[in-house]
Design a protein. Structure first.
Length: 236
């Protein structure tokens, strides 16, 4: 995940619930100086000596094994000494494949990214919800090439018609144009598996509930006198 971390005011209302605790650890708008662009790799999320990380060593191991499982072992063939890698610690896979090529899981993950403070950035393979390119990996032997698919113009046109891609494009348009994102970000209270992300501006607001257990969401959004509730990707 990449963010341009402009300073965005954050009000922390609650530290109850594992989903909220995980989100509070990130705090992308206050964790870095103004406007750097950065990515979080697995090594960056882990402990540093006696300093706690975003994830514990056990959680990192579980995350890595979870990715290998979701990709049916494809990522393990591109990671560490299994392929030519500059960074032996990096797990190589497309984001889409790391989530088991599940459209809904992928869109839920992107929704969390897009509703978080900062300017979300999406890699081209991520925009097209590309799966692991095992053919390119076999051809080059370079681990990162699993996430470097090649597309022709006609292939891009075809990929753009996939529902998951169309929904992601609509999500990006929503993020880029809704005036609530010029306001203040709030992380609200929720049960263990629920994130509540809110943006409040003078004449617009977005209040989202994301249930990580059921992988469902609800967004109440207002813009002037207009109000609607969104619970389906096709309505975003």
């Amino acid at each position: 995940m990449l963010h341009d971390t402009r300073h965005v005011p954050i009000h922390r209302r609650d530290q109850h619930g594992e989903a909220n605790r995980q989100a509070l650890r990130l705090r992308p708008a206050t964790a870095r100086p103004p406007r750097p662009v950065f990515g979080i790799g697995i090594i960056d999320a882990g402990p540093d000596g006696d300093r706690a990380g975003l994830l514990s060593s056990t959680e990192i191991d579980e995350l890595v094994e979870g990715i290998h499982g979701a990709t049916n072992g494809e990522s393990s063939l591109a990671t560490g000494t299994a392929a030519s890698n500059l960074d032996l610690y990096q797990v190589n896979a497309t984001f889409f494949s790391a989530l088991g090529c599940d459209d809904n899981r992928y869109l839920i993950a992107r929704l969390i990214q897009f509703l978080s403070p900062g300017i979300p950035q999406v890699y081209y393979a991520g925009l097209l919800a590309a799966s692991n390119d095992m053919g390119l990996l076999e051809e080059t032997g370079v681990g990162r090439d699993i996430n470097r698919p090649h597309f022709t113009a006609s292939q891009i046109a075809t990929e753009m018609q996939r529902p998951v891609v169309r929904h992601l494009v609509n999500m990006a348009r929503f993020r880029n144009t809704h005036p609530a994102f010029d306001g203040t970000f709030h992380l609200g209270m929720g049960p263990e598996a629920e994130l509540r992300l809110e943006w409040i501006a003078q004449s617009a607001s977005i209040k989202a509930r994301i249930d990580l257990a059921t992988r469902t969401f609800s967004i109440d959004e207002t813009h002037g006198s207009t109000h609607r509730t969104i619970t389906d990707w096709s309505n975003l």
